[in-house]
Design a protein around this ligand. Structure first.
Ligand code: AHR
Length: 517
């Protein structure tokens, strides 16, 4: 139990202590920790990133207003084309002359896919938004043969059937796609042609072999469990890695939070479960490493994470078999921004093993960016914590112990009221503390000991808070956005400095420090 201090107007403030030391770090963040996801689902592609004829569209039909917002988020890698969609996708349908591409039924989402946008359009668009491509192959209805063909089409320089086909489609230079997902959520009964762990482990291994023989420079992500509540969670990873360990580089994790009963303390505590999920999968990877006496470490790709529940009911009413219907269009709240903040901090705290992470998704579909067909684009509440972390959360993640009161929620015991982490960017000479105050009623007075960096100065304390935890943004108004807070102090000398800041109830905080030396 930590003391409480009393401020002038007699309101109690909870106290928290944190230590940041330049010599104690968990590891460096991978550039790809701030990734996202575009699936052929709802309006993510059509009327999202791609809308020929839109007033902001470039010559390729890519919306410039949306591209600018994505660049603002500093997204490093984007997964494509699914998701559940990929398990029924023929990639060949999406290349070549647009007028001869087939219209297909997408059984994953009950829609029509016209294939006006495909692999080459996506690779070109990803360049426009300065992001790397993370390409998923279909291991549902298809397998190794189609996967190796796609690698050859995308990455082989020329002089073979598939690479020359690419050239004949007007793409002379290979796309050089480095990161590939071996299917999607193959353990899920909802997946087109799901598989048992044995079946998937074998299929992933054989696809991995021929894909890497085609291009040895690529990296591969094997499907882990669809979420930690799957009955086969744990044994799935174990079996799949037993087969494929030597041929894959990452195993995937997916998580979506919901707050259906509006129990915000419990909702915000869910990141504790996410942390446990990461630790468990890390343990399984290392157990298989031990069993195989391997020198190689398989790391984690958290390639779907977000809040998803607002649209569940309205999605049931959406007409089937139409093109690009409004699906999964969650409108996010202030509470959701806090949950996303807790998830970002959890990813950072595990940056030694989580090398890739994708906020699912990016535009219109459970997304930080929304668009109107023929209209504008706007930032949801969750846009901002992601943007803050992606801009300021790169570098060495500090191992920083936090002491603060804890609470028990419906699902979790001992949830700290303060979720926080620090990141040191040596190149930019910056230290940034990210902190969520999970206390919905009381402010937290944070005292941070900062040592091992020399003298530091306080640049700014940015924060997001709104007393109304249901507040949302829209095209006309942003009720949830960062403001700069005054009032923090930083005292001491080179040997050790002490930061003192107040974190309002239910807030996302970014405290930026400059290393002076
Ligand atoms: O992101 C939406 C869906 O969630 C994806 O298609 C699937 O992989 C997951 O179940």
């Amino acid at each position: 139990m930590i003391d409480k201090i009393t401020v002038k107007n007699d309101t109690e403030i909870m106290k928290a202590k944190m230590t940041l030391h330049g010599e104690f770090s968990i590891g460096e963040t991978d550039k790809r920790l701030y990734g996202s996801f575009i699936e052929h689902l709802g309006r993510a592609v059509y009327t999202g990133i791609y809308e020929p004829g839109h007033h902001s569209a470039d010559g390729n039909g890519f919306r410039n207003d949306v591209a600018e917002l994505i660049k603002e988020m500093n997204v490093s890698v984007i997964r494509y084309p699914g998701g559940n969609f990929v398990s029924g996708y023929n990639w060949e349908d999406g290349v070549g002359p647009q007028e001869s591409r087939p219209v297909r039924l997408d059984l994953a989402w009950g829609t029509k896919e016209a294939n006006r946008f495909g692999t080459n359009e996506f690779a070109k668009w990803a360049k426009k938004v300065n992001a790397e491509v993370m390409m998923a192959i279909n291991l549902g209805t298809r397998g190794a043969q189609d996967a190796r063909n796609l690698v050859e089409y995308c990455n082989f320089p020329g002089g073979t059937y598939w690479s020359d086909l690419r050239k004949s489609h007007g793409v002379r230079e290979p796309h050089k796609i480095n990161l590939w997902c071996l299917g999607n959520e193959m353990d899920g009964s909802w997946q087109i042609c799901s598989r048992t762990a044995e079946e998937y482990g074998r299929a992933a291994l054989e696809a991995a072999k021929v894909m890497k023989w085609t291009d040895p420079s690529i990296e591969l992500v094997a499907c882990g469990s669809s979420f930690s509540g799957m009955p086969s969670f744990g044994s799935w990873e174990n079996t799949v890695l037993d087969h494929a360990y030597d041929h894959v580089d990452y195993v995937s994790l997916h998580t979506y939070f919901a707050n259906r009963d509006n129990d915000v303390p419990n909702f915000l505590g869910r990141s504790m479960g996410m942390d446990q999920f990461i630790k468990t999968v890390t343990g399984i990877c290392d157990l298989v490493k031990l069993k195989k006496k391997s020198k190689k470490t398989v790391n984690l790709s958290f390639d779907e994470w977000n809040v998803w529940y607002h649209s569940n009911e309205s999605d049931k009413k959406v007409e089937k078999w139409i093109e690009a219907p409004p699906l999964l269009e969650d409108i996010y709240t202030m509470a959701d921004a806090l949950a996303v903040g807790c998830m970002l901090i959890t990813l950072l705290k595990n940056a030694d093993r989580v090398k890739i992470a994708c906020l699912a998704q990016l535009v219109n579909v459970i997304a930080p960016i929304m668009t109107e067909k023929n209209g504008g684009a706007w930032r949801q509440t969750i846009f901002y914590p992601f943007r803050d972390a992606s801009i300021y959360g790169r570098g060495a993640v500090l191992r920083c112990p936090v002491t603060v009161d804890k609470y028990d929620s419906r699902e979790f015991c001992d949830v700290p009221y303060l979720e926080a982490v620090g990141v040191h960017n040596a190149e930019k000479k910056e230290i940034t503390i990210f902190a969520v105050n999970r206390n919905l009623k009381e402010a937290i007075n944070l005292e941070a000991e900062i040592a091992g960096f020399g003298k530091v100065s306080l640049v700014e304390h940015r924060l997001i808070c709104n007393e109304d935890l249901n507040a949302c943004n829209g095209i006309k108004e942003e009720k949830v956005k960062p403001v700069v807070q005054s009032g923090g102090s930083l005292e001491g000398e080179e040997g050790g400095m002490r930061l003192n800041v107040t974190l309002p109830p239910a807030s996302w905080n970014v405290i930026r420090l400059k290393v002076c030396g």
